[in-house]
Design a protein around this ligand. Structure first.
Ligand SMILES: *Cc1c(COP(=O)(O)O)cnc(C)c1O
Length: 354
């Protein structure tokens, strides 16, 4: 039986995604060839990337005038491509964790950066209040802070266009894409294996930056060539298509959000009703994708023992990031409620035994 997989990324994928990808590695689209050994320009693969882009537009209700791109380089390359292409004079950033800080560092290479608020003072355990200035080219924020388990689950009202890193919570709620100039997400949390990054960009914002942009780092290159300027990551894009089909069959992002809320509710209830475990994120900032918790000070020395106790029940990936410690349970879309229930039962049994 498959283990209960709580890893933060790369992370659990649906059985549907994994099985169909295995089948395509053996024999892709009835070609009697592997997905790994065919041309990305074959009509069979072009159909894959086109359907994947169309499903992104359908699931997130993407308005006219936006392009869907499948790029290499991870979300981390987007930290650089965003300001390279969109920062003219000044941009505003919200600092809510390591990924946000990395994005800020890159933006400073291209212009003035206004960090409107930061939660660094309390180890990024909350989403700070912020006001978006009107005199900036865009406002960048991280919707879900994977390491700290905090999340901004709404599209803020803003006098300027939004740019968001949605790597770890995309497809976990409806998004008003019209408020954004650009959305990006590394695939390895809620979409596909590592190796591809999904970008949704408003076409009209491109081509304005006052600097030459290397061809591969220019979004226009990839918009004009429909992500086929160079060889795209064929395997992760195929897997992404399977996940997107699976999401559609599940009822789309509204339905996925209900299921995700239920899963997170079960785990947070268990934490809040425990004397042994305590959450680390401020209640109003809690993520429904990554649930971070630690043991109360009097039980602190039992943390490793609990990880081993859970592992004996086939529960893996719950060790917290080194900057927070304790535990982190990632409840991405593909994780079944049964896995959350298994973790909660392990917490209760462990607490009883101590
Ligand atoms: C994982 C993660 C990243 C980094 O993604 P890479 O693809 O490894 O560059 C960036 N932002 C967020 C929110 C993440 O969760």
């Amino acid at each position: 039986m498959k283990k209960h997989n709580f890893y933060a990324g790369p992370s659990i994928l649906s059985e549907y995604t994994i099985n169909n990808t295995i089948d395509a590695i053996r024999n892709f689209a009835g070609m009697d060839l592997s997905l790994l050994e065919i041309s990305h320009r074959s009509k069979q693969f072009t159909a894959v990337i086109n359907e994947a882009s169309a499903l992104v537009k359908e699931l997130l209700d993407v308005p006219e005038g936006y392009s869907v791109l499948w790029l290499g380089g991870g979300a981390s390359l987007q930290f650089c491509m965003v300001p390279y292409n969109l920062l003219i004079n000044k941009a505003a950033y919200l600092e809510t964790g390591v990924w946000a800080s990395n994005a800020i560092k890159e933006a400073r290479l291209f212009g003035e950066v206004d960090v409107v608020a930061s939660s660094r003072d309390q180890n990024f355990s909350y989403i700070p209040d912020f006001k978006i200035p009107a005199d900036v080219d865009y406002f960048h924020f991280t919707t879900n802070n994977t390491i700290y388990g905090t999340e901004l689950r709404r599209d803020p009202d803003s006098p300027v266009p939004l740019v968001a890193d949605m790597s770890s919570d995309i497809f976990s709620r409806p998004v008003d894409v019209s408020k954004y100039d650009l959305i990006y997400a590394g695939a390895q949390k809620n979409i596909a294996p590592a190796g591809v990054t999904l970008v949704i960009v408003k076409d009209s914002v491109l081509g304005r930056a006052p600097r030459p942009i290397p061809t591969m780092l220019d979004y226009k290159t990839h918009v004009n060539k429909e992500s086929m300027f160079n060889t795209p990551p064929v395997l992760p894009i195929f897997a992404a298509l399977q996940t997107l089909r699976y999401y559609k069959e599940q009822g789309g992002v509204k339905q996925l959000e209900l299921i995700d809320m239920e899963k997170a509710g079960v785990l947070y209830d268990a934490i809040d009703n425990s004397r042994m475990f305590q959450g680390t994120a401020r209640a109003d900032s809690r993520s429904i994708m990554n649930v971070c918790f630690v043991m109360a000070p009097e039980y602190k020395e039992l943390e490793q023992e609990f990880i081993d106790f859970a592992a004996a029940r086939n529960i893996v990936g719950i060790k917290g990031h080194r900057s927070v410690g304790g535990f982190r349970a990632s409840l991405y879309n593909a994780l079944p409620l049964a896995s959350v229930n298994a973790l909660v039962q392990a917490m209760k049994d462990f607490e009883k035994a101590h």
